[in-house]
Design a protein. Structure first.
Length: 311
């Protein structure tokens, strides 16, 4: 039987069509943008009243504005801005997979109460920003550099910027921290339940959710992504970015996280090249660490910032 080699995998020619179709199906499932926010899982529904109270706090603010930028590739990008009068501190908040900036309203309210101006971008493939596909932080990291430039242009050179994100947003701000030309106004990073690599996260999801092996689906989907967005999955090496970073880092991860497994939080912490702290939150699942005890969450962040955030 004839064979064909695809991304280092030799398979029967008759099977390549089915494999390609499966990889495309997985790619569309993972990467295709959606223009709605999926319903919360059963675990998160118990926090819904507090969550929507925070969303309304953001939406009803008279000083809420929308920022825009156009990326070099032509994509139009959008972010929410909540100012804090008299403060030079700014937090850029990265949202999770298939969320938007507004879904981070609880964190926005918390940081605003802590004296921060707040910027909440919609990442590519989400909300008010363009792109037919989600980029899982890789293209977003460059967009965040431009958001930071926009902050400095508005706030001045004495702006002091914190990067914060959960899940995909945690991975995104970690990727930003490893950029060679990161602006000196960025003082620290807090990542909550971010993955350590995109390839590793997809392999984990395939095994634990779909009960499928990594090969051949992940390599084939990675090739599809290279053709559409210009990068292979292995480029999204979050731990590698943190290894290059010298910024103070706080890693938060739910001890019971089975979506982005807790060991990935440990991998990110172990890789970090600057001052670092790790907080594994007991009884917290994925993206649940804040909701388990909001006061404790804020106090833990405040303690980290008191030591590591200079402004």
């Amino acid at each position: 039987m004839k064979t064909r080699t695809i991304v280092g995998l030799s398979v029967p020619l008759i099977a390549t069509g089915a494999l390609a179709a499966t990889a495309e199906q997985f790619y569309q499932f993972a990467f295709k943008r959606i223009d709605y926010i999926p319903n919360a899982g059963a675990t998160m529904l118990k926090y819904a009243p507090d969550y929507y109270n925070d969303v309304n706090w953001v939406k009803m603010r008279p000083d809420l504005t929308v920022w825009h930028q156009q990326a070099p590739d032509g994509e139009r990008l959008s972010a929410l801005w909540v100012p804090r009068r008299g403060s030079n501190k700014v937090v850029v908040i990265g949202h999770g997979y298939k969320g938007t900036g507004i879904t981070m309203s609880n964190y926005a309210r918390m940081f605003h109460q802590m004296g921060f101006n707040v910027l909440m971008p919609d990442d590519r493939g989400h909300g008010g920003s363009g792109s037919d596909y989600i980029s899982f932080g890789w293209l977003d990291r460059l967009d965040y550099l431009r958001w930071i430039d926009q902050i400095i242009a508005r706030m001045g050179q004495n702006a002091a910027i914190l990067l914060f994100g959960t899940s995909m947003g945690g991975a995104t701000v970690s990727l930003v921290s490893g950029e060679k030309h990161l602006q000196p106004q960025v003082k620290a990073v807090i990542e909550d339940c971010g993955y350590s690599s995109l390839d590793g996260e997809f392999a984990y999801i395939l095994k634990n959710v779909f009960h499928l092996p990594r090969r051949p689906i992940v390599p084939l989907a990675s090739l599809i992504n290279y053709r559409r967005l210009g990068y292979f999955f292995k480029a999204v090496d979050v731990s590698g970015a943190l290894r290059r970073s010298r910024l103070p880092l706080l890693v938060i991860h739910g001890a019971e996280d089975t979506y982005v497994p807790t060991f990935m939080g440990r991998e990110n912490f172990d890789a970090a090249g600057g001052p670092k702290q790790l907080w594994l939150v007991p009884d917290a699942g994925h993206a649940e660490s804040y909701w388990v005890n909001p006061d404790q969450y804020q106090n833990h962040i405040a303690s980290f910032l008191d030591t590591h955030f200079r402004y």
